[in-house]
Design a protein around this ligand. Structure first.
Ligand code: SAH
Length: 230
Protein backbone atom coordinates (compact mmCIF):
# COMPACT_ATOMS: atom_id res chain seq x y z
CA UNK A 1 0.00 0.00 0.00
CA UNK A 2 2.73 2.40 0.99
CA UNK A 3 4.76 1.38 -2.02
CA UNK A 4 1.78 2.03 -4.27
CA UNK A 5 1.25 5.45 -2.76
CA UNK A 6 4.88 6.36 -3.31
CA UNK A 7 4.68 5.15 -6.91
CA UNK A 8 1.51 7.13 -7.53
CA UNK A 9 3.08 10.25 -6.04
CA UNK A 10 6.20 9.77 -8.12
CA UNK A 11 4.27 9.40 -11.37
CA UNK A 12 2.21 12.48 -10.49
CA UNK A 13 5.40 14.41 -10.00
CA UNK A 14 6.86 13.24 -13.33
CA UNK A 15 3.60 14.06 -15.12
CA UNK A 16 3.39 17.55 -13.65
CA UNK A 17 7.01 18.41 -14.29
CA UNK A 18 6.65 17.29 -17.91
CA UNK A 19 3.51 19.37 -18.18
CA UNK A 20 5.37 22.32 -16.69
CA UNK A 21 8.04 22.14 -19.35
CA UNK A 22 5.57 21.42 -22.10
CA UNK A 23 6.33 19.70 -25.34
CA UNK A 24 8.27 21.54 -28.02
CA UNK A 25 5.03 21.96 -29.97
CA UNK A 26 3.41 23.67 -27.01
CA UNK A 27 6.47 25.83 -26.41
CA UNK A 28 6.43 26.88 -30.05
CA UNK A 29 2.73 27.78 -29.92
CA UNK A 30 3.42 29.84 -26.79
CA UNK A 31 6.34 31.56 -28.55
CA UNK A 32 4.05 32.54 -31.43
CA UNK A 33 1.34 33.87 -29.12
CA UNK A 34 3.48 35.65 -26.56
CA UNK A 35 6.40 36.90 -28.62
CA UNK A 36 4.93 37.45 -32.09
CA UNK A 37 1.13 37.88 -32.15
CA UNK A 38 1.19 40.00 -28.99
CA UNK A 39 3.63 42.34 -30.74
CA UNK A 40 3.12 43.35 -34.36
CA UNK A 41 3.48 40.13 -36.37
CA UNK A 42 0.27 39.56 -38.29
CA UNK A 43 1.12 37.98 -41.65
CA UNK A 44 -0.85 34.70 -41.41
CA UNK A 45 1.47 32.62 -43.63
CA UNK A 46 4.47 33.78 -41.58
CA UNK A 47 2.81 32.93 -38.25
CA UNK A 48 2.05 29.50 -39.73
CA UNK A 49 5.72 29.06 -40.68
CA UNK A 50 6.88 30.10 -37.19
CA UNK A 51 4.41 27.55 -35.72
CA UNK A 52 5.73 24.83 -38.00
CA UNK A 53 9.54 25.09 -38.13
CA UNK A 54 11.12 23.19 -35.17
CA UNK A 55 13.54 25.86 -33.90
CA UNK A 56 15.01 23.44 -31.32
CA UNK A 57 16.54 21.40 -34.17
CA UNK A 58 18.70 24.39 -35.17
CA UNK A 59 20.51 25.03 -31.88
CA UNK A 60 23.26 23.29 -29.90
CA UNK A 61 22.11 20.76 -27.33
CA UNK A 62 23.28 22.77 -24.33
CA UNK A 63 20.91 25.61 -25.22
CA UNK A 64 17.82 23.40 -25.81
CA UNK A 65 15.98 24.67 -22.70
CA UNK A 66 16.08 28.17 -24.21
CA UNK A 67 15.07 27.13 -27.74
CA UNK A 68 11.74 28.97 -27.64
CA UNK A 69 12.66 31.89 -25.39
CA UNK A 70 12.64 35.54 -26.46
CA UNK A 71 16.36 35.82 -27.22
CA UNK A 72 19.20 35.12 -29.63
CA UNK A 73 21.33 32.04 -28.77
CA UNK A 74 24.93 31.07 -29.50
CA UNK A 75 25.52 28.55 -32.30
CA UNK A 76 29.00 27.37 -33.38
CA UNK A 77 31.95 29.58 -34.32
CA UNK A 78 30.96 32.58 -32.17
CA UNK A 79 27.82 33.15 -34.28
CA UNK A 80 24.21 33.40 -33.14
CA UNK A 81 20.74 32.26 -34.15
CA UNK A 82 18.58 35.39 -34.26
CA UNK A 83 15.83 36.05 -31.68
CA UNK A 84 12.46 34.65 -32.92
CA UNK A 85 10.80 38.08 -32.94
CA UNK A 86 13.58 39.63 -35.04
CA UNK A 87 13.41 36.68 -37.48
CA UNK A 88 9.65 37.25 -37.83
CA UNK A 89 9.95 41.05 -38.00
CA UNK A 90 12.58 40.99 -40.76
CA UNK A 91 10.59 38.39 -42.69
CA UNK A 92 7.32 40.31 -42.39
CA UNK A 93 8.94 43.49 -43.67
CA UNK A 94 9.97 41.60 -46.83
CA UNK A 95 6.37 40.47 -47.52
CA UNK A 96 7.58 37.20 -49.03
CA UNK A 97 5.01 35.36 -51.17
CA UNK A 98 4.86 31.98 -52.97
CA UNK A 99 6.20 33.34 -56.28
CA UNK A 100 9.28 35.01 -54.79
CA UNK A 101 12.94 34.23 -55.32
CA UNK A 102 14.82 35.13 -52.14
CA UNK A 103 18.49 35.64 -51.25
CA UNK A 104 19.73 35.42 -47.66
CA UNK A 105 23.25 36.41 -46.61
CA UNK A 106 24.36 34.69 -43.37
CA UNK A 107 22.88 31.16 -43.24
CA UNK A 108 24.14 30.47 -39.69
CA UNK A 109 21.99 27.64 -38.31
CA UNK A 110 19.66 27.71 -41.32
CA UNK A 111 16.60 28.62 -39.20
CA UNK A 112 15.84 31.89 -40.98
CA UNK A 113 16.33 30.15 -44.34
CA UNK A 114 13.76 27.51 -43.31
CA UNK A 115 11.21 30.21 -42.44
CA UNK A 116 11.86 31.87 -45.82
CA UNK A 117 11.65 28.45 -47.50
CA UNK A 118 8.14 27.96 -46.09
CA UNK A 119 6.99 31.20 -47.76
CA UNK A 120 8.96 31.57 -50.98
CA UNK A 121 9.35 29.67 -54.25
CA UNK A 122 13.16 29.50 -54.00
CA UNK A 123 15.71 30.53 -51.39
CA UNK A 124 19.44 30.96 -51.93
CA UNK A 125 21.42 31.43 -48.74
CA UNK A 126 25.15 32.21 -48.51
CA UNK A 127 27.35 31.43 -45.48
CA UNK A 128 30.98 32.47 -45.17
CA UNK A 129 31.95 29.98 -42.40
CA UNK A 130 32.29 26.66 -44.20
CA UNK A 131 31.53 24.37 -41.22
CA UNK A 132 28.31 26.28 -40.45
CA UNK A 133 27.23 26.24 -44.09
CA UNK A 134 27.84 22.50 -44.46
CA UNK A 135 25.93 21.74 -41.28
CA UNK A 136 22.98 23.95 -42.27
CA UNK A 137 22.89 22.38 -45.75
CA UNK A 138 22.67 18.90 -44.22
CA UNK A 139 20.07 19.95 -41.65
CA UNK A 140 17.79 21.63 -44.21
CA UNK A 141 18.08 18.72 -46.61
CA UNK A 142 17.26 16.20 -43.84
CA UNK A 143 14.18 18.28 -43.07
CA UNK A 144 13.10 17.99 -46.70
CA UNK A 145 13.57 21.59 -47.90
CA UNK A 146 14.11 21.16 -51.63
CA UNK A 147 13.66 24.85 -52.45
CA UNK A 148 16.61 26.05 -50.33
CA UNK A 149 20.17 26.09 -51.66
CA UNK A 150 23.07 26.75 -49.27
CA UNK A 151 26.15 28.33 -50.88
CA UNK A 152 29.50 28.65 -49.07
CA UNK A 153 31.30 31.93 -49.68
CA UNK A 154 31.38 35.68 -49.10
CA UNK A 155 27.86 36.99 -49.55
CA UNK A 156 29.05 40.55 -50.19
CA UNK A 157 28.87 39.98 -53.93
CA UNK A 158 25.48 38.29 -53.77
CA UNK A 159 24.66 35.71 -56.42
CA UNK A 160 24.72 37.39 -59.85
CA UNK A 161 23.91 34.12 -61.66
CA UNK A 162 20.51 33.93 -59.94
CA UNK A 163 19.70 37.67 -59.83
CA UNK A 164 17.41 39.55 -59.73
CA UNK A 165 15.80 38.72 -56.37
CA UNK A 166 12.35 39.72 -55.14
CA UNK A 167 13.63 39.83 -51.58
CA UNK A 168 17.09 39.98 -50.00
CA UNK A 169 17.78 39.53 -46.29
CA UNK A 170 21.17 40.15 -44.68
CA UNK A 171 21.43 38.61 -41.20
CA UNK A 172 24.88 40.01 -40.29
CA UNK A 173 25.50 43.65 -39.41
CA UNK A 174 27.10 45.67 -42.22
CA UNK A 175 28.84 49.04 -41.96
CA UNK A 176 27.24 50.20 -45.18
CA UNK A 177 24.86 48.97 -47.87
CA UNK A 178 26.68 46.47 -50.16
CA UNK A 179 26.27 47.86 -53.70
CA UNK A 180 26.30 44.41 -55.41
CA UNK A 181 23.24 43.40 -53.36
CA UNK A 182 21.38 46.59 -54.28
CA UNK A 183 22.18 45.88 -57.93
CA UNK A 184 20.61 42.40 -57.61
CA UNK A 185 17.29 43.68 -56.27
CA UNK A 186 14.41 43.20 -58.76
CA UNK A 187 12.12 46.08 -59.62
CA UNK A 188 9.47 45.89 -56.90
CA UNK A 189 12.08 44.11 -54.73
CA UNK A 190 12.73 44.57 -51.00
CA UNK A 191 15.96 44.22 -49.02
CA UNK A 192 16.38 44.23 -45.23
CA UNK A 193 19.82 44.68 -43.66
CA UNK A 194 21.21 45.86 -40.30
CA UNK A 195 23.51 48.84 -40.98
CA UNK A 196 25.78 50.69 -38.55
CA UNK A 197 29.22 50.79 -36.94
CA UNK A 198 30.82 47.52 -35.76
CA UNK A 199 30.35 46.94 -32.04
CA UNK A 200 27.54 49.47 -31.85
CA UNK A 201 23.80 49.53 -32.37
CA UNK A 202 22.74 49.17 -36.00
CA UNK A 203 19.58 50.21 -37.78
CA UNK A 204 17.50 47.61 -39.56
CA UNK A 205 17.26 49.27 -42.93
CA UNK A 206 14.66 48.53 -45.61
CA UNK A 207 15.75 49.24 -49.18
CA UNK A 208 13.14 49.07 -51.96
CA UNK A 209 13.28 49.54 -55.71
CA UNK A 210 10.11 50.65 -57.45
CA UNK A 211 9.93 51.80 -61.06
CA UNK A 212 13.69 52.03 -61.00
CA UNK A 213 13.75 54.33 -57.97
CA UNK A 214 15.63 53.26 -54.81
CA UNK A 215 14.34 54.15 -51.36
CA UNK A 216 15.89 53.43 -47.99
CA UNK A 217 14.18 53.59 -44.62
CA UNK A 218 15.48 52.94 -41.06
CA UNK A 219 13.06 50.76 -39.09
CA UNK A 220 14.47 49.61 -35.75
CA UNK A 221 17.66 49.53 -33.66
CA UNK A 222 19.19 46.04 -33.40
CA UNK A 223 22.40 44.21 -32.47
CA UNK A 224 23.83 41.66 -34.91
CA UNK A 225 27.10 39.76 -35.31
CA UNK A 226 29.30 41.54 -37.86
CA UNK A 227 29.33 41.05 -41.61
CA UNK A 228 32.74 39.50 -42.36
CA UNK A 229 34.76 40.16 -45.55
CA UNK A 230 37.05 37.55 -47.08
N1 SAH B 1 20.33 33.66 -40.20
C1 SAH B 1 21.04 32.92 -39.17
C2 SAH B 1 21.72 33.81 -38.15
C3 SAH B 1 22.93 34.35 -38.70
S1 SAH B 1 24.19 35.03 -37.71
C4 SAH B 1 20.16 31.92 -38.48
O1 SAH B 1 18.96 31.89 -38.75
O2 SAH B 1 20.68 31.13 -37.69
C5 SAH B 1 25.08 35.76 -39.07
C6 SAH B 1 25.76 34.79 -39.99
O3 SAH B 1 26.34 35.56 -41.05
C7 SAH B 1 26.92 34.05 -39.35
O4 SAH B 1 26.74 32.67 -39.51
C8 SAH B 1 28.15 34.55 -40.11
O5 SAH B 1 29.14 33.56 -40.27
C9 SAH B 1 27.54 34.95 -41.45
N2 SAH B 1 28.30 35.92 -42.24
C10 SAH B 1 28.99 37.00 -41.81
N3 SAH B 1 29.54 37.66 -42.85
C11 SAH B 1 29.17 36.99 -43.98
C12 SAH B 1 29.45 37.18 -45.37
N4 SAH B 1 30.21 38.17 -45.82
N5 SAH B 1 28.90 36.30 -46.24
C13 SAH B 1 28.12 35.26 -45.82
N6 SAH B 1 27.85 35.03 -44.50
C14 SAH B 1 28.37 35.89 -43.60
Amino acid sequence: MNKLLVLAMASCFVASSLKGQGTYDQLREKMVEEQLESRDIEQESLLEAMRKVPRHLFIPEEYLPWAYTDRALPIADGQTITQPYVVAYMTQVLQVGPEDKVLEIGTGSGYQAAILGELAREVYTIEIVESLGLEARKRLSNMGYENIEVIIGDGYNGLPAQAPFDAIMVTAGAEELPQPLIDQLADGGRMIIPVGPHGGVRQLTLVTRKNGELKSEKLMAVRFVPFIRQ
